[in-house]
Design a protein around this ligand. Structure first.
Ligand code: TXA
Ligand code: MG
Length: 317
């Protein structure tokens, strides 16, 4: 019996009996279970080796359903939802008691999103409960953007992997909440801040804090490959590390690689394409025979900000 496939009915049956299914989304693959059943949610934490203080995002297919699980859906959230769902946006909203405290690590708000992936939307539509789903990687490692990435690391820990191909966006959702009278971004992600500000005006950005009590999961060292990753001037790095075999991650520049290996994320200088390719490039270089990885700093706007954020976390040890 194959563990990877496109059988939505099978995925549904597993989830209805509290099993674990890896689901494709437009951002990254998620490791999903029934968010309303504590025992099912516990299996997620176990499979990922994830600490219980790191809360989970719940996924569903409609705003009507979300309203059954949250106490309030304020105006700012409705505006963002209307413009960006389904899509790479997660909203922090006050939770109802039906959402177990385990899902939110005891926090009063629950993170919710409607993902934009055809297979997963069909699955979610057939379910009367939301799916709690963190990224489908062992805790602390780079998020998976293909079914094969999931299989490599979690094959024996999931009951089924729904294969939805390569994730379109390739980087996790942008997490948005409300604090001190201001819409606040807690995690940079696949939806650019510039796009959010077009709809609701200036937002507050509060990321990169390892001890952020609102979002305890945003640890500094995260998304980390096994090999050391540095950010900086690639030519200098090659010069100063001539004895090493180096993995190079660049935006569009084609470096003279010789014995080294390079991954150009977007020859056409498109930040969306670069984000789409980022995690695969890190995984490939991590699995290759290079000794160390050097990445360029990306432009600090649009998805370049989220790319820089992920590279920084990948370089923090
Ligand atoms: O794109 C995504 O968001 C992917 C796909 C699968 O949807 N999911 C994802 O989940 O990246 P995960 O578990 O890897 O990251 C979720 C993060 C947590 O680490 C935490 O920082 C934040 O979301 N979070 C979740 N619930 C929260 C809450 N109630 N309050 C504050 N932050 C929360
Ligand atoms: Mg994650």
């Amino acid at each position: 019996m194959s563990k990877i496939g496109i059988d939505i009915e099978k995925a549904k049956q597993i989830l209805q009996t509290d099993g674990l299914v890896a689901i494709p989304t437009e951002t990254v693959y998620g490791l999903a279970a029934n968010a309303l059943h504590k025992d099912a949610v516990l299996k997620i934490f176990e499979a990922k080796n994830r600490p219980h203080f790191d809360p989970l995002i719940i996924h569903t297919n409609s705003i009507e359903k979300i309203k059954c699980w949250v106490d309030d859906f304020p105006q700012w959230a409705q505006q963002l939802a209307a413009d960006f769902w389904p899509g790479p946006l997660t909203l922090l909203l006050p939770k109802k008691n039906t959402i177990p405290d385990l899902v939110t690590s005891g926090l009063p708000q629950v993170a919710v999103r409607i993902p934009n992936h055809n297979l997963t939307l069909q699955l979610l539509e057939s379910l009367d409960f939301p799916l709690a789903a963190p990224s489908a990687n062992p805790f602390g490692y780079v998020s998976p953007t293909t079914a094969a990435h999931v299989a490599t690391q979690l094959q024996n820990k999931v009951d089924y992997i729904l294969n939805g191909g390569i994730c379109d966006v390739g980087i996790e959702s942008t997490i948005v909440g409300f604090e001190n009278n201001c819409v606040t971004v807690y995690r940079l992600g696949g939806l650019a801040i510039e796009d959010i500000e077009q709809i609701i005006g200036k937002v507050n950005v509060q990321v990169n804090q390892s001890s952020n009590p609102t979002a305890p999961g945003m640890l500094k060292s995260h998304y980390a490959p096994t090999k050391s990753l540095f950010i900086g001037d690639v030519d200098d790095f090659i010069k100063n590390n001539s004895s090493k075999k180096i993995g190079i991650i660049s935006f569009y520049k084609d470096y003279n690689v010789e014995k080294n290996q390079s991954r150009i994320l977007s020859p056409t200088k498109d930040l969306k394409e670069a984000a789409h390719n980022l995690f695969s490039a890190i995984r490939e270089l991590d699995a290759s025979d290079v000794d160390v990885i050097i990445a360029e700093k990306f432009p600090d706007n649009f998805l370049g900000r989220a790319i820089n954020d992920r590279l920084q976390r990948a370089s923090a040890k």
